[in-house]
Write a protein that binds this ligand. Structure first.
Ligand code: SF4
Length: 365
């Protein structure tokens, strides 16, 4: 990874991308050293060191949000509420917290609401997943029953001092595993019904891999704005890397599901964890899946937590791997309108630019 912070500037010139996109990638790859034990931390980051954040200052981007693994061997550390490496200060840290598994959380300055109706802390089986290590802050709140969801919304409205949900552009349902297609469909229908009573008119976004049939997607057409992200995560060794239910989805099956979802008129994409397999496989499979989506995939950098080191693909220990993948994916998508959304992903391959084009939008929760 970065040999020194100043290498950010050299690589930025070589690859012609903002230094931020390189430095933030390195944060994800290396993690941060802490004096206390949290497996992951989240925090707001206010850039200060102008040599690395020229583009942020030019574009008046004052704040970022990160969720990073802690790593006792990382060069990045937090001191006196500053993110540092060696003697260099990058910027200020605000609201540093243990990155627990939560039942709900906002994104995009509170205009997107994520719901995890199934506790992620009790969902295990994907080798690259970090929920096993995270604190479980998602076992108390009931987001599965109608009364539970209503109670949650009432509390949320009071807390955010708003009268209804008309300001939300998206409610995302991120399921670990729901326990069957029928249960997910019923839940989404129930949720849609409740949300519309609170004047929600945004997108209901399902992130999971349990909806697979045309019959199910047909039933979801009644939802005014529905979107689906098939949680695929990797292309090879799926039976080893992902949990049983997800491993049933082969790449051919994934194409079939995405095709049905897209033809149903839904915004459709898939999620992918970058750093587990070779560039050749990534290029081949992204090209194959490209015709079946109409929205940019959610590409998360694989962040290594305790005892997950062996999962990172050998070449993925070098920044060059990520720069090559970045170029391949940019070339594939640059002539489309599909772009990464900066609020959707805090461990992305893109922060400020995509194929030379500026990425804009709200970046903090
Ligand atoms: S489905 Fe896999 S990645 Fe998702 S929460 Fe469960 S174990 Fe983690």
């Amino acid at each position: 990874m970065l040999k020194s912070p100043s290498e950010t500037l050299t690589l930025s010139k070589i690859y012609d991308i903002p230094p931020e996109d390189i430095l933030f990638l390195d944060f994800s790859l290396v993690g941060v050293k802490l004096n206390f034990f949290y497996p992951r931390v989240r925090f707001e980051f206010i850039p200060e060191n102008k040599s690395y954040f020229k583009t942020s200052f030019q574009r008046a981007i004052k704040k970022y949000f990160f969720a990073l693994p802690t790593n006792s061997t990382s060069n990045y550390y937090i001191k006196d509420r500053y993110l540092m490496r060696g003697n260099e200060r990058f910027g200020r840290i605000k609201n540093l917290a243990n990155d627990t598994c939560d039942t709900s959380y906002p994104r995009r300055n509170g205009t997107v609401l994520n719901l995890n109706p199934v506790p992620k802390s009790s969902c295990h089986g994907c080798q690259f997943c970090h929920t096993l290590l995270q604190g479980a802050n998602d076992r108390q709140e009931d987001l599965r029953s109608v009364s539970g969801v209503k109670n949650f919304i009432e509390k949320w409205l009071r807390k955010n001092k708003v009268l209804d949900l008309s300001h939300l552009i998206q409610v995302a349902v991120v399921t670990g595993c729901f326990g069957g297609e029928e249960k997910v469909i019923e839940y989404l229908q129930k949720l849609d019904n409740i949300l519309s009573k609170y004047s929600f008119d945004g997108e209901l976004f399902y992130y999971g891999s349990e909806i697979t049939t045309k019959e199910s997607f047909d039933r979801l057409k009644k939802i005014k704005h529905f979107a689906v992200c098939l949680s695929l995560e990797c292309f090879e060794n799926r039976e080893k890397l992902v949990r049983d239910i997800k491993a049933k989805i082969t790449i051919d099956k994934a194409k079939e599901i995405l095709k049905i979802a897209k033809e149903s008129g839904f915004r459709t994409n898939f999620s992918y964890i970058l750093g587990l397999e070779s560039i050749e496989i990534i290029e081949k499979r992204f090209k194959e899946l490209f015709p079946y989506i109409n929205s940019f995939p959610v590409i998360n950098i694989f962040q290594v937590h305790r005892s997950q080191e062996k999962l990172r693909y050998s070449e993925a220990w070098k920044l060059d791997y990520y720069m090559k993948v970045r170029k391949i994916i940019e070339d594939l998508f640059k002539n489309t309108e599909m772009r990464p959304r900066v609020w959707e992903n805090y461990r992305s391959l893109w922060y400020l630019n995509f194929a030379g084009e500026e990425l804009t939008d709200i970046r903090t929760p």
